[in-house]
Design a protein around this ligand. Sequence first.
Ligand SMILES: C[S@@+](CC[C@H](N)C(=O)[O-])C[C@H]1O[C@@H](n2cnc3c(N)ncnc32)[C@H](O)[C@@H]1O
Ligand SMILES: C[S@@+](CC[C@H](N)C(=O)[O-])C[C@H]1O[C@@H](n2cnc3c(N)ncnc32)[C@H](O)[C@@H]1O
Ligand code: SF4
Length: 389
Amino acid sequence: MYSVYIHVPFCMKRCGYCDFNTYTAHDLGGGASRENYANLAVREMALVRQWQESQGICEPPAATVFFGGGTPTILPAHDLVRMLHAVRDIWGLEPDAEVTAEANPDTVDDRYIAELKDGGFTRISFGMQSAVPSVLATLDRTHTPANVEAGVAAARHYGLRSSVDLIYGTPHESEDDWRMSIRTALSLGVTHVSAYALTVEPHTWMGRRIAGGKLAGPSDDDQAAKYRIADDMFSRAGLRWYEISNWAAAGDESRHNLGYWHNADWAGIGPGAHSHYNAARLRAWDIAHPKRWAEAMDAEAVPWQGSEKASDSEDLEERIMLGLRIRDGLKISEISRLAGRQPVEGCIDSLIGDGLITYDPSRSAVVPTVRGRLLNDLVIGKLFEAYGL
Ligand SMILES: C[S@@+](CC[C@H](N)C(=O)[O-])C[C@H]1O[C@@H](n2cnc3c(N)ncnc32)[C@H](O)[C@@H]1O
Ligand SMILES: C[S@@+](CC[C@H](N)C(=O)[O-])C[C@H]1O[C@@H](n2cnc3c(N)ncnc32)[C@H](O)[C@@H]1O
Ligand code: SF4
């Protein structure tokens, strides 16, 4: 499967917890302004396609396209549509391609959503984060719960699928606050939810306040309890987990997300975007600063900061880590074939005995339990040991 990720590195305001590659300035120099962004992204697509052809790499058409950020919806809808049409012109799109835009709830109105729909988008991922005003304030969010409700309703009206992103474990968020956010997300009628444990990034405003003792950091126990609450409430509502942080009604899983965990091929377009070519085992990442990224394209070359080929053991490690994040699980027979050996005797049985994984013999797959999802690093470490990695 082939996918395209397009990064839009602009936000109205930097949220205090966020360490993604995004900027609040309108113009970052070198032509990298909000106004000129679509032109630059289209230019990169052409350079990437030239490079792919020179390498005989990648199998278009694109099955999924994902606009992430930053805030893609900070740009006019016609810019997003123009970039999508460039993807279609350069690589082609499968007839039922999944095309997602991430949207901050206070950046879209009915007209904007209608333009996305007309332009070929099929899905919107709203950055809801919480339904509780005090939690939204701690997260420095600018939107209100009403913005989320209106956005999801408009998406439904125009026939787009919606997902919401939630964050749990924000300082001062109670378990009842978290239940309220989940209940609200479910009451919107969305059939896909991503719920992320708040990660304290050291170089952010929130990270500095926590390090300086001005704000209490999240606790592992609190986040683990909230993960269980989420898994329980989503499952009861018919949304099954399909990846550690993602729940969906059957058939509403995001194919783009699944592509990442199934080790598919994708081209990353935009500052800091990552690309991944499975057969060549190649990973590449774009220059992160938009000005230097834009200037690098003046040399008619892909604007990469670096690239590397994964070794046999790195490839195996990556497959193990990805497989242990998804409900499809890790295919032991496939890993053993690639590793050229069977797992050390007793390793898998002891993980089953500890309630961390289950084993599905019909598919030779190990699947993490809720406990195993919470202790994912431990399970990964044990599987590495099992294969002598
Ligand atoms: C990079 S943002 C882009 C989407 C959009 N700008 C927004 O915030 O609504 C994608 C998602 O990453 C998650 N995220 C960002 N920083 C995080 C952090 N420090 N811990 C947990 N989740 C985070 C948020 O849930 C957010 O919706
Ligand atoms: C993992 S996606 C969230 C998906 C969303 N919850 C959904 O289900 O549609 C969140 C963020 O990851 C980052 N991201 C995703 N793919 C990327 C890539 N290929 N290169 C760089 N960043 C990427 C972007 O910042 C994006 O906003
Ligand atoms: S969380 Fe979203 S809106 Fe906030 S700074 Fe990060 S990318 Fe921008």
